[in-house]
Design a protein around this ligand. Structure first.
Ligand code: NOJ
Length: 546
């Protein structure tokens, strides 16, 4: 695949960075991050090699689910700035070569959204059918409840309406009725509006829920085809990145038919969950099995690989025994666990702050076939603040300096949107300013690794083979594209290992170590404890980055 083809399918070789404007940088000094603050730090992001920003919800909202409860799809939360500021952000990002995608949260609205207010008012109101109502609600299966700490049913009774409405998430987030063509039109109008302003696509929230329980009238995949075709008509290269936490065979359906006519990119939840199991056990086999089990995907589609995101680290696809092993290793206290299925921690604290292990995990992430997605602060090794309830523990302010509130905001800590952690991972110990000055820091390591990853486009668009390394602690995999093979080897144990790899013929090939630049005389590879190697094997006549 040439560089030009890759520019068309830009998501195949992107580095996506997820952030919440509200916790990134407070520029106007009111304790809440804002668009102006983000604009100030676009050069920082471009500098570390980010190529696409994913913005968490920016719309007006009562903020009972951190903005995932929208009251106006066409507006900007006034704490963050104005639509004018947003256009400045898009323009600045574009100027620095960054794409911008945003959350499209259309499974539900806030119950304060004017549509829901109107819908409740009367059965004949024109917005009534925008939501899903029943006189008698079906029984809810316990396993279907997403937030078991707050809800015990998927249905809530509305006194005013005199009926029950569906809500897959909190009861203040009534589900939209996708079976209603008018709702589908509204969603397209919203997407069209932001595309027109200049965004490059959307991270589609809660994908499977969107099309569940809408009755027999709606073909779930029909809706995604309709959305994709609309979006492509408006902006040929706009991206739909879907949040679908399902096992591989169900997950893959949301790509649609070759070359991909639904969502182009899906988070690889099954791989992420086994990555944590493998790290917890120091055993590469669960990850190797998960990678082998991932199905072929349509040619224009892509996996989004991630280690952590803004929610709990969900482990719902693991068996009870496997989940318990991850809990024991990474979150033994009950307070670190959430919903009985996940952990409300970031990776560095889960790994006890051991930088060798943290780097191993991110090196793995960058070599997994697909597009890496990182969550703000991962590049400096930020941890969570468990004093903040629930999932918000990982959404603390970005730590820029060792000053008050980590340089995020000048206000008194009691007035800041969320408090930074204390102790070992506080801004005194973990911040951008300090790490910039240290060539060996996590930040500078990340920058070098991201540069290498982006130069190694095969990893984003190649074909995966998981090797048999003869050592359970070591994962060896090859990603091949147009005769170029990228071999990645990761040692998940703290002991040094030597593995003998059979990678096929290397005749007529140049073999080089992509990280230390040294020669690779043979494939008896030595690895330090938690060591990793990236090796490129390419026909001698192929030219690549130095
Ligand atoms: C998934 C989002 O990631 C999560 O943060 C949110 O609470 C739910 N969808 C509901 O929108």
């Amino acid at each position: 695949m040439s560089r030009a083809d890759l520019a068309d399918l830009w998501w195949k070789n992107a580095l996506v960075y997820c952030l919440d404007i509200e916790t990134f940088l407070d520029w106007n000094g009111d304790g809440v991050g804002d668009i102006e603050g983000l604009v100030e730090r676009i050069d920082y992001l471009a500098g570390i090699g980010v190529s696409c920003l994913w913005l968490m919800p920016v719309h007006p909202s009562p903020n009972r689910d951190d903005g995932y409860d929208v009251t106006d799809y066409y507006g900007i939360d006034e704490r963050l700035g104005t639509l004018g500021d947003f256009v400045v952000l898009l323009r600045t990002a574009k100027d620095r070569g960054l794409r911008v995608i945003m959350d499209l949260v259309v499974n539900h609205t806030s119950d304060k959204h004017p549509w829901f207010r109107a819908a409740r008012s009367s059965p004949t109101n024109k917005y009534r059918d925008y939501y899903v109502w029943r006189d008698t609600p079906p029984r809810t299966k316990k396993a279907d409840i997403v937030f078991p700490d707050a809800e015990d049913s998927l249905w809530a009774y509305d006194e005013r309406a005199g009926q029950w409405y569906l809500h897959h998430f909190y009861s203040h987030q009534p589900d939209l009725n996708l079976a209603n063509p008018k709702v589908r039109e509204e969603i397209k109008r919203v997407a069209g509006f932001w595309l027109e302003l200049g965004v490059d696509g959307f991270r589609v929230d809660a994908v499977p829920f969107l099309v569940e329980d809408c009755g027999a009238d709606l073909d779930p995949h029909g809706f995604f085809k309709e959305l994709r075709s609309f979006i492509s008509r408006r902006r040929g290269d706009a991206l739909l990145l879907g949040e679908v936490n399902l096992p591989p065979k169900d997950l893959v359906k949301f790509f649609g038919h070759d070359p991909g006519d639904e969502l182009q990119m899906l988070f690889a939840f099954p791989v992420m969950q086994r990555l944590h199991l493998a790290l917890a056990r120091g055993d590469a086999r669960p990850l190797a099995r998960a990678l082998r089990a991932m199905p072929e995907i349509p040619s224009e589609c892509q996996w989004a690989q991630f280690v952590r995101n803004h929610d709990e680290l969900t482990l719902d696809q693991l068996t009870d025994r496997e989940r318990q092993d991850v809990f024991d290793a990474f979150g033994p206290d009950e307070d670190m666990q959430l919903f009985g299925r996940g952990l409300r921690r970031r990776l560095p604290s889960m790994l006890g702050g051991d930088e060798r292990r943290i780097r191993l995990a991110y090196s793995l992430l960058l070599t997994l076939p697909g597009t890496p997605v990182i969550f703000y602060g991962e590049e400096i090794g930020m941890a969570e603040n468990l004093a903040i309830p629930g999932r918000m523990s990982v959404r603390t302010p970005m730590q820029w300096t060792d000053q008050r509130n980590g340089g995020f905001s000048p206000v008194a800590p009691s007035r800041v949107v969320r408090p930074c952690p204390d102790g070992r991972f506080s801004p005194m110990a973990v911040n951008v300013a300090q790490q910039r000055r240290d060539p060996e820091s996590m930040l500078n390591w990340f920058e070098r690794m991201i540069r290498r990853r982006r130069e190694t486009a095969e990893l984003g668009a190649g074909r995966l083979t998981v090797l048999d390394c003869g050592d359970d602690s070591v994962l060896g995999h090859v990603v091949e594209r147009d005769g170029v093979r990228i071999l990645a080897v990761h040692n998940l144990s703290d002991e040094p290992r030597t593995v003998k790899l059979r990678i096929g013929s290397t005749e007529g090939c140049e073999v080089s170590d992509l990280l230390d630049g040294g020669p690779v005389p043979d494939f008896d590879l030595k690895l330090d404890g938690y060591g990793y190697r990236w090796i490129r094997i390419q026909p001698s006549d192929v030219r690549t980055a130095p």
